[in-house]
Design a binder for this molecule. Structure first.
Ligand SMILES: CC(C)(COP(=O)(O)OP(=O)(O)OC[C@H]1O[C@@H](n2cnc3c(N)ncnc32)[C@H](O)[C@@H]1OP(=O)(O)O)[C@@H](O)C(=O)NCCC(=O)NCCS
Length: 309
């Protein structure tokens, strides 16, 4: 998986705290604003119209800043959750296709050295060639730094002997001005592929996004990674995100990666239980229910949903 926040505008959006935004957009009228008019009633009329327009703009910016602050707060809150798997407890176990696994949550800084080596080595084994075929190249040090950053979160699937077999590296983050779950890596060891564990881990990310009120799950894939593309686009129903770069028509160059995402329907936060019961469940929940693997899990998901309304 290739996952970088490398858009200049994104870098900027990180720096732009809500306070700075308000500050930037709020300017007192200067003398020249008034002197530039011809004087008399016409100029007063003109400046009045201008100021009404200015007020509307200011209001819009205030609203945008408030929205950004709210999104930012949601991301902060999600990052403070001690163990996000508590929100989706039935998903701590994977029992299907003759395999039994447990899924555990880790922050990058809590991974043992052995586990850090394992996530890095598996990523390198699966991805190095794809990176090298792209114009990005593979750099051990950079990748390791990314994978051990403070914000990096992990779900790791372990077998009955606590041997890791699959993992996802994800983050609660802002991209442009949206709060989301960004999936940085999804890696499964060869022997455990096509058994549903990749799908299971991504479904957990989608549920976490739903529970923490993020607007989407996003990821980046190399266009040359046909298995990854089939997995995300066909099996998991991800689509091209609006921020995915388009190849320029006037040049022969081609972007080697694409940004995919799936929208997560908002969680009904302010409804009474009765209202919520009358509302059809969000798509994400529905898809979880339809693919729930046994009745105990199904009951657990329903119960946890009702409790959280
Ligand atoms: C992509 C990857 C994570 C999939 O994990 P997985 O656990 O094998 O996937 P699942 O068993 O959950 O597959 C779910 C569905 O995805 C599709 N799929 C998965 N692997 C596929 C493959 N090799 N060929 C075609 N379809 C595939 C199938 O529709 C599958 O359902 P099915 O098995 O019932 O037909 C795994 O192949 C992997 O680790 N690849 C190397 C790393 C990588 O490319 N990561 C993704 C970066 S974008």
């Amino acid at each position: 998986m290739v996952c970088y926040h490398n858009h200049p505008a994104v870098e900027q959006s990180y720096l732009l705290t809500p306070e700075v935004d308000l500050e930037l957009h709020t300017r007192k009228p200067r003398e020249t604003d008034i002197n530039n008019n011809n004087g008399g009633n016409e100029s007063i009329e003109c400046s009045r119209r201008k100021s009404a327009k200015g007020k509307a703009k200011k209001q819009k910016r205030k609203e945008e800043s408030a929205k950004y602050a709210m999104s930012f707060a949601k991301v902060e809150a999600a990052n403070k959750i001690k163990d996000p798997l508590d929100l989706v407890a039935p998903f701590r176990k994977f029992e299907r296709n003759g395999i039994s696994l447990k899924v555990e949550f880790f922050r990058a800084q809590d991974l043992t050295q052995e586990m850090t080596d394992w996530v890095f080595d598996l990523t390198k084994k699966n991805m190095q060639k794809l990176y090298e075929e792209s114009d990005w190249g593979w750099k051990d040090r950079e990748k390791l730094e990314e994978m051990t950053e403070e914000k990096a979160l992990y779900l790791i699937a372990l077998d009955s002997e606590s041997k890791p077999v699959a993992f996802t590296h994800f983050r609660f983050d802002m991209e442009w001005d949206e709060e989301l779950v960004y999936c940085y890596e999804l890696q499964v060891i060869d022997e455990y592929r096509r058994k549903g564990i990749g799908k299971f881990l991504i479904q957990i990310l989608e549920l976490l996004a739903y529970k923490t009120e993020m607007v989407k799950v996003m990821l980046t894939t190399f266009k040359s990674n046909k298995i990854g593309e089939t997995f995300f686009m066909k099996a998991m129903k991800y689509t091209l995100d609006e921020t995915s770069p388009e190849d320029p028509v006037w040049e022969e160059t081609e972007y080697k990666y694409q940004i995919l995402s799936k929208e997560i329907k908002p969680k009904p936060t302010s409804k009474t239980q009765e209202e919520a019961m009358q509302t059809s469940p969000p798509d994400i929940l529905l898809s979880q229910l339809m693919s729930a693997w046994n009745l105990v899990e199904l009951a657990d998901i329903l119960l946890s949903q009702l409790k959280s309304v």
